[in-house]
Design a protein around this ligand. Structure first.
Ligand code: NAD
Length: 373
């Protein structure tokens, strides 16, 4: 069983799909590990670190030659994987709804594409879930980036020269990233409020010491929502939410938006007219900017100034924390493959529930039900 890890080639990608820690663990399972030279450099891991952990380090072709499994953060161009075994598994994020051509190319190449972002949200898969591990870091980084852009302080400070008042932070979308954003903003001393469409988040917001701000006139999504995911809301709900946001946002200094809907563009939560009501110098960080954006006028990797308000967002927020993001992503990969390791076969054998959820291509065709629908 040979597992290969290539250097990530997507622009701005700093993460890597295996660390010396997971290399050692895979070797302990009986795998042979091959890493492309330089694969970890942007995450502060040297080739020597990989060698010391027991990996073979070589060029891309040498790493991939004869591989049974390829691990990546973002799925590589299948042309790079020509030397892998026929039917080799590639476990990575595929962004399959937006990059269908790549999925088709994987099918044509006879590779088995395993989309880590399709990992079902079930208890036993929590430790394998790259969306959770990366969103958590993204929520943290969004608050730090917004705080850095903000020309005022977050905590209340009483000084001899007078008092600095605490920043007011509003978090929209309280999933994994939103919860971490609330916690981070609270740690920095801000006054925090938050909203979501799923009613189960109300208690979570309160338990972090923040104030829930919810649409009450139209029913939102009961409890967690199906699989923890939100759906597109009715026009009535959207109108009520817009009214609520308009009255709340004018009093906020920092807004962090995190709302996503799987397979759909991100919902628009803040309009230009609402931005115009905010105090100059306020900051909005749009964590959904790469999925179409929650905020009118947000541009990935730029700070846009509108009505004196700074609107920002990164196309790849976890890539701004390369070492920790790589460590957690790599553990997700290891937790996934090791959970299914069949000692007798000397390789992982997926069960139906998780295999069917994440497998995009097999035997030359696209097999994912989510992509067929
Ligand atoms: P997500 O990234 O899909 O969405 C972010 C948040 O935005 C969600 O809370 C969503 O409800 C919210 N949202 C969507 N549309 C909105 C709108 N119009 N206005 C306001 N908010 C809106 O969500 P996520 O971070 O992946 O997590 C969602 C839930 O799933 C959480 O409860 C989380 O704990 C759960 N989860 C469970 C597992 C597991 O059990 N393995 C793994 C991951 C997440």
């Amino acid at each position: 069983m040979r597992i290969a890890v290539l250097k990530e080639r997507a622009a701005g990608e700093t993460r890597t799909a295996a660390t010396p820690e997971t290399v050692k663990k895979f070797i302990a399972l009986g795998a042979e590990m091959a890493v492309e030279a330089g694969a970890g450099l942007s995450a502060s891991i040297t080739d020597e670190d990989y060698r010391a952990a027991g990996a073979q380090v070589g060029d891309a072709a040498a790493a991939v030659a004869g591989a049974d499994i390829v691990l990546a953060v973002q799925a590589p161009d299948p042309a790079l994987l020509a030397g892998a075994k026929p039917g080799a598994w590639v476990a990575a994020t595929f962004d399959p709804f937006r990059d269908r051509a790549r999925v088709d190319a994987y099918a044509a190449a006879g590779l088995e594409a395993l989309a880590m972002e399709f990992m079902p949200r079930i208890t036993r898969a929590q430790s394998m879930d790259v969306l959770s591990s990366q969103s958590n870091l993204a929520g943290y980084k969004a608050v730090l980036a917004a705080a850095n852009q903000y020309g005022r302080a977050f905590p209340m400070m009483m000084t001899a020269a007078g008092t600095v008042s605490a920043a007011k932070v509003f978090v929209m979308g309280v999933g994994v990233a939103g919860l971490q954003a609330i916690a981070t903003a609270r740690r920095l001393g801000a006054q925090v409020s938050a909203t979501d469409v799923r009613s189960a988040t109300k208690e979570q917001i309160q338990s972090l010491g923040a104030k829930p701000v919810f649409v009450e006139s139209v029913a939102g999504i009961e409890g967690e929502g199906a699989g923890g995911y939100a759906t597109e809301m009715s026009p009535e709900y959207q109108a009520a939410q817009a009214e609520l946001v308009s009255s709340h946002i004018a009093k906020q200094d920092i807004v962090i938006t995190t709302a996503l809907i799987p397979g759909r563009p991100a919902p628009r939560l803040i309009t230009d007219a609402q931005i115009a009501t905010m105090r100059p110098g306020s900051v909005i960080f749009d964590l959904a900017v790469a999925q179409g954006g929650n905020v009118e006028g947000s541009v990935a990797d730029e700070v846009v100034e509108r009505h004196g308000v700074f609107i920002m967002g990164y196309s790849n927020t976890p890539a701004h924390l390369p070492a920790d993001a790589s460590a957690l992503f790599s553990r997700n990969h290891y937790n996934f493959l090791s959970a299914f390791w069949d000692k007798a076969a000397g390789r992982p054998v997926l069960d139906e529930e998780i295999g069917n959820a994440i497998r995009l291509t097999q035997g030359g065709i696209v097999v994912s039900e989510r992509l067929k629908g």
